[in-house]
Design a protein around this ligand. Sequence first.
Ligand code: IPD
Ligand code: CA
Length: 263
Amino acid sequence: MTQASANVNVMIRAARKAARGLVRDFGEVENLQVSAKGPGDFVSRADLKAEQVIREELTEARPNYGWLGEESEEVKGADPTRRWIVDPLDGTTNFLHGIPHWAVSIALEHKGEIVAGVVYDPAKDEMFVAEKGAGAYVNDRRIRVSGRREMADMIFGTGIPWAGSRDLPSTLREIAALSPRTAGIRRMGAAALDFAYVAAGRLDGFWEHGLRPWDMAAGLLLVREAGGFAGPLAEGAEIFESRGVVAANANAFEPLTKILREA
Ligand code: IPD
Ligand code: CA
């Protein structure tokens, strides 16, 4: 991005700083796989540390803004119109299993609208950045959603809930309805990156139930600024409240939403 705003620069700096600690911890995780207890507690601590680092950086730069993060209580800011929405480690299960596909996600909301988003994938050193009205970028290169027209040529990402989740049956029905009409479905394990991949034209679309604001906020802006569409899975719902989302390139958005709603 040639002229990132001051806010975006603050977000990028915070994401990189948290990522440095996470990369170190990720190196340790491999060693812990063989221990009987596994790396669970270690990863929880890594996640918390990363959130702390991000919070310190953002709060120091913008003391008035509010805060909504995965690992801590929501804080209302002195400026009630602006808040950070942060997932310090999206793709925790991948991280825990030593799979190098996870990200730091930071968004800025102003008057209920996402105005800036950063999703950083340290393993591939890919920094996805979007600012409202200024487009979407990866490592300073402009990105756009794919131009594919035929569902049969497209691949889609989703999240498959774990056993016992009330969203599992509907997700399985949706996969059954969609799979035969497409070139394939991926479950990559980090929602923030699923959105970023739709924005970059790697995935043609993505949907998931049960997501929280920090999984989606930065990603939604990335997709929209890359020329794609994003909306609620359930007709007329509000995305953050209903927790279900569908995002896709302009050609896929309508047919994809229809198939999912009818499944
Ligand atoms: C999870 C990941 C995953 C998605 C889950 C999320 P976390 O976030 O984004 O891809 O399927 O719904 O909860 O827990 O790794 O931050
Ligand atoms: Ca997450």
